[in-house]
Design a protein around this ligand. Structure first.
Ligand code: KG4
Ligand code: ZN
Length: 347
């Protein structure tokens, strides 16, 4: 079985080719970063147009580097939501057209479910690892923070963010510090030489007894610190940062990591975590990966970390999650697949 994956939910146009064992034969990612950097964030109209321009070349390149002809594709998968509706429509419509033209099934994939199973993909043409029958998943990205329990035939949501997603907090803080977009990678790099324990920030939570996350208080506390230091968004060189500002950013990252790991620990003491899969763009974060791994070793919980190539948005994860769902449920009529800007996990 050859599976084609298409991802266009946000600002990455991606096309992937996988085989039935989850070997990634091609995973082409065409980033629109440059188009959006000008605005300091993703502009929906610009994204949709860029997907339309980039998709044909990405498809050709993916098939070419996988050495696969379109006629060999047995299943088409495309992100159907959640995401920017105009952007989603580009990839999903292309997927529908390909499936219809080739007479093969189409699966409209939940982008978050794609992230959830990305922890099991491996680079270098290795087959995907089998997912444990029951595991907990922590999806942390620019748009989401979700902690879920994955069972054989359902996904149970346990916690999500009430306001900002962690990646969004990284992006906003970096922008206000004059460090550009996206913010996660640059803060990750700066934090490596800063002292994360210098400014202890409160770890945000929803405050109503639920497990939900909240990151807007942390963001406000950071902005106040910036104001006090005259940091006003003028361009700063990340390699020549005032050491105190580096400590501040390291402490901000520490607060996000602590919020995520403490919630995982809490769920573990409540219901027991047999295995944990981390995913999403923020799963590329060095401190988060290390801290969660250490937590897992201490508590005897296997922690699956996604390979960095599969952390940010990519079509390989969409193809893999789509294939797993196809095996569980079969395919529906391609014409029925609908793009959905909102689509919570487990619904
Ligand atoms: O999963 P993704 O590509 O897009 C969404 O579905 O949102 O995640 C992008 C997010 C951005 O907010 C980016 O700043 C963040 O992931 N990110 C990181 C790192 N690399 C990317 N955050 C923290 N540390 C990183 N190393
Ligand atoms: Zn994503």
């Amino acid at each position: 079985m050859i599976v084609l994956g298409i991802e266009t939910s946000c600002d990455e146009t991606s096309v992937a080719v996988l085989d039935g064992e989850g070997r990634v034969r091609a995973n082409v990612i065409s980033s629109q970063m440059a188009a959006h950097a000008l605005y300091g964030g993703v502009v929906p109209e610009v994204a949709a147009r860029a997907h339309l321009e980039n998709l044909p070349a990405a498809l050709e390149e993916a098939l070419g580097s996988a050495g696969v002809r379109l006629e060999e594709v047995g299943l088409v998968t495309a992100t159907a939501g959640p995401g920017l509706i105009g952007a989603l429509l580009v990839g999903l419509s292309a997927g529908k057209a390909l499936a219809f033209a080739r007479g093969v099934p189409l699966v409209g994939v939940n982008h978050l479910e794609g992230h959830l199973f990305s922890s099991f993909l491996r680079p270098g043409g290795e087959p995907a690892l089998p997912a444990p029958p029951i595991f907990h998943g922590l999806v942390v990205s620019g748009g989401h923070a979700e902690l879920v329990r994955v069972e054989e035939d359902r996904i149970v949501p346990l916690a999500r963010t009430r306001d900002d997603a962690p990646g969004e907090a990284f992006d906003k803080i970096a922008r206000r510090a004059g460090l550009g977009y996206p913010g996660g990678p640059v803060i990750d790099r700066i934090a490596a030489r800063g002292r994360g324990d210098r400014f202890p920030f409160p770890v945000g939570r929803a405050g109503d007894g639920s497990l939900d996350f909240s990151f807007s208080g942390l963001k406000t506390a950071m902005l106040r610190q910036f104001q006090r230091r005259g940091v006003d968004g003028s361009r700063l060189d990340p390699d020549r940062l005032d050491p105190e500002l580096a400590d501040l950013l390291a402490s901000f990252q520490r607060a996000i990591v602590s919020a995520l790991v403490s919630r995982v620990a809490e769920v573990h003491s409540g219901q027991g975590i047999r295995a944990l899969a981390l995913s999403g763009g923020v799963a590329a974060n060095t401190e988060l990966r290390a801290t969660l791994s250490d937590w897992g070793s201490e508590h005897g919980v296997p922690v699956y970390l996604p390979h960095r190539a599969f952390t940010t948005d990519n079509a390989a994860m969409i193809a893999w999650a789509g294939l797993l769902r196809f095996r569980r449920e079969g395919a529906r009529d391609p014409a029925e697949a609908q793009a959905r800007s909102r689509w919570p996990l487990g619904s």
